[in-house]
Design a protein around this ligand. Structure first.
Ligand code: TYD
Length: 210
């Protein structure tokens, strides 16, 4: 049995965690005996937690290229030590963010160029593409309000201006348009249960769900 690699993408505050939880519960209740690994980037490993802390909470200047490479470093370690091993065991991997976030945030948001970011991310991951990517799409302003209400602590990305988050959203949609067989675009303003139904539909031929 080969594993299934499923990623969730979208701007900050669009409800990725809720959707991952709903899907995890549905896989579990199907009782298929499938191992489920829930993980995230950045921060899916012990060293990744350190890198995540730097990336999100460093208060000084961080050169955009250094930022992009730190995300890729976290990713390279995570993919080698967690994700590939889980997939080899036949697990379903549910992952909060992956290289599409770097294409959108660093490539478009920070204007480093999507193709440049793609190059070293494919190298870092050995070209490991997800089987399914669910993009939770929402207008940047609503999403920012939702995540600001949720979190009180300093976060470098919540400090960014609207135009940054608009670029991120546009790039996510462009990525989804370029790879429709991998991506499913979901309207994140719908009730969570409705979004979950669409996730189930997309996976219905691949995964038994309870
Ligand atoms: P996350 O904890 O998923 O944030 P949220 O819960 O707000 O969605 O991700 C942390 C932040 O890191 C988020 O603002 C997006 C950003 N990020 C990048 O800029 N590039 C990347 O490659 C990844 C994985 C995340």
């Amino acid at each position: 049995m080969t594993g299934i690699f499923i990623t969730f993408e979208g701007g900050d505050g669009v409800g990725k965690t809720t959707q991952m939880e709903l899907l995890k519960t549905a896989i579990k209740s199907a009782d298929s005996g499938r191992e489920i690994v829930v993980t995230r980037e950045p921060g899916g490993t012990e060293i990744g937690v350190e890198i995540r802390n730097l990336l999100l909470h460093w208060r000084g200047y961080l050169a955009p290229k250094a930022e992009a490479l730190l995300y890729a470093a976290d990713r390279a370690h995570h993919i080698e030590t967690v994700v590939r091993q889980a997939l080899a065991r036949g697990a379903v991997v549910l992952q909060d963010r992956y290289f599409d976030s770097s294409f959108a945030y660093q490539g478009a948001g920070r204007t480093l160029g999507v193709e440049e970011i793609r190059g070293f991310n494919l190298w870092a991951t050995g070209n490991l593409f997800p089987d399914f990517t669910f993009l939770l799409d929402m207008d940047a302003e609503t999403a920012m309000q939702r995540s600001a209400a949720r979190e009180g602590e300093f976060d470098r990305f919540h400090e960014e201006k609207q135009v940054f988050h608009d670029r991120v959203r546009e790039e996510f949609l462009a990525l989804a348009g370029a790879e429709p067989e991998r991506f499913t675009v979901l309207d994140a303003s719908l009730p969570a249960e409705e979004i979950h139904q669409q996730v189930r539909e997309r996976l219905s031929h691949t995964l038994p769900l309870g």
